[in-house]
Design a protein around this ligand. Structure first.
Ligand SMILES: Cc1ncc(COP(=O)(O)O)c(C=O)c1O
Length: 453
């Protein structure tokens, strides 16, 4: 690669940051290549490369004879999701699309990969649990979370959803019972439907699962495993303290309850405690994904499991997808090894922080739960709004999609709250526009017309 590699990449990253922060808006014209080269003191070739790479990433578009412009917002804002494509003009705060604008530069990595020897083996069937070097990459990734894993205990899965499928199939089995937080990620309900699991919701406080309730449920032998999201919980945003982790892990160990830990947002958190699984490593299934902190479309997550379970988990991978596409894992392993993953996290964290600060300011006066670097916030509705679903429906009519509490309720009472995904809008400006609309809506009463008597 030429010596201008890092410089051109830095220009692309700076462009992505400026677009995400709203300093550059869709349609803005960029300086000519010569102007930018003079301004930055780099060669025109470097700027040409940067603009071409930015165009490949969908950040800008070049128009012959006119120049280079910041691209429109279609992909980030109105893109598809598990709940379908958004209507034109709708701003999505419902799904945690994880700041796509700051995704790594795939085209550059693919160019590098194309030069590597041994490429054809990535098109071949490989061991179900993953190629040895990919399992090593998984162990390196787990160490970023503070989990010291042997590659032999790492299984490559196609995203968290797949890793949870594999773990639940193995640990709980069809028709079994599973402890969950009373509010949790909706994909768990989808999985419970398919695997016919009985969910046993447990109460939480600001620090996560309540130990006394967990212990009481364990004593009654109500389930064999606990599925938990202890760091930047989805949807409630809390991070369980180290002390609470110790307590919960000790109870799980005492009653022989397996811990399945979904750590999808862990690396966004500032100085989080070690994973819960570290405190009960002999009976824990730790899922370390790239999805929300690097990128979701690669579909790569690493499942770190106790040695005794590795064979059975491997069978479950074989049964569900044979193996994760080796090409995708190769890309993930490359980004883990060359620092791209860490750098992407640094940038996504910074952008997430800026967005959280805006949300806190715009929704000041409302009951808002948030983590400093989270992709989502949890908004409790004021009196007058008696149902989250009604609020979500009205927000939708006004052009903002939000996720009502109903989606996250694992069986108990539905709180009067909605989750807002701050990371879905392409830039801060559209996020701000959406939050302003919600703030207006919050101050209105849902009922219309004057009282009849
Ligand atoms: C808590 C949680 N777990 C798992 C997932 C799905 O992750 P993946 O894309 O890795 O399957 C999500 C996606 O929103 C999530 O929020």
């Amino acid at each position: 690669m030429g010596s201008d590699g890092p410089r051109f990449a830095a220009i692309v990253d700076a462009l992505a940051d400026d677009i995400g922060a709203g300093r550059l808006k869709p349609g803005d014209q960029l300086p000519t290549q010569r102007e930018l080269a003079d301004r930055l003191g780099v060669s025109i070739g470097t700027v040409t490369r940067a603009y071409a790479a930015a165009e490949r990433r969908g950040l800008v578009r070049g128009e012959i004879g006119r120049g280079t412009f910041v691209a429109g917002s279609a992909a980030g804002e109105y893109g598809g999701s598990e709940i379908g494509p958004r209507a034109p003009g709708m701003i999505d705060l419902a799904v945690t699309h994880p700041l796509y604008l700051l995704d790594p530069d795939l085209s550059r990595t693919l160019e590098e990969l194309a030069q590597r020897p041994g490429l054809p083996e990535l098109l071949q069937y490989q061991p179900n649990a993953g190629m040895p070097r990919h399992r090593e990459a998984g162990a390196a990734w787990a160490s970023r979370f503070g989990f010291d894993a042997d590659p032999e205990n790492v299984l490559v899965c196609s995203g968290t959803q797949h890793a949870l499928t594999v773990a639940l199939t193995t640990v709980v089995g069809r028709g079994g019972s599973l402890f969950v937080e009373e509010l949790s990620y909706p994909g768990i309900k989808a999985l419970a439907n398919v695997l016919e699991l009985k969910l046993v919701p447990l109460p939480v406080d600001e620090d996560g699962l309540k130990p006394e309730s967990f212990e009481a449920a364990c004593r009654q032998r109500r389930a064999k495993a606990l599925l938990t999201i202890p760091t930047i919980h989805n949807p409630l945003t809390y991070t369980m303290s180290r002390e609470r982790r110790r307590e919960i892990a000790a109870i799980a160990t005492r009653y022989d309850v397996a811990i399945i830990e979904d750590a999808i947002h862990h690396l966004l958190a500032e100085d989080p405690p070690p994973p819960l699984s570290v405190f009960a490593a002999d009976n824990s299934y730790f899922v370390a994904a790239l999805s929300k902190v690097v990128t979701g479309g690669l579909r790569v997550a690493f499942l770190v499991a106790p040695s005794v379970a590795v064979d059975q988990l491997t069978q479950a991978i074989w049964a569900t997808n044979w193996m994760t596409a080796p090409l995708c894992v190769e890309i993930a392993a490359t980004w883990i090894a060359d620092g791209t993953a860490d750098e992407t996290i640094r940038r996504k964290k910074a952008e997430a922080h800026a967005r959280v600060l805006i949300a806190r300011e715009l929704l000041a006066g409302h009951r808002l739960r948030s983590d400093d670097h989270g992709h989502h916030v949890w908004l409790e509705l004021p009196e007058g709004w008696e149902s989250a679903a009604a609020f979500a429906a009205e927000a939708g009519r006004r052009g903002v999609a939000v996720a009502p509490a109903d989606a996250f309720t694992m069986g108990g009472k539905i709180p009067n709250a909605v989750r807002l995904s701050l990371s879905a809008p392409r830039d801060r400006e559209s996020m701000t526009k959406a939050l302003r609309k919600l703030e207006r809506l919050l101050s209105e009463r849902p009922c219309c017309g004057p009282p009849i008597v």
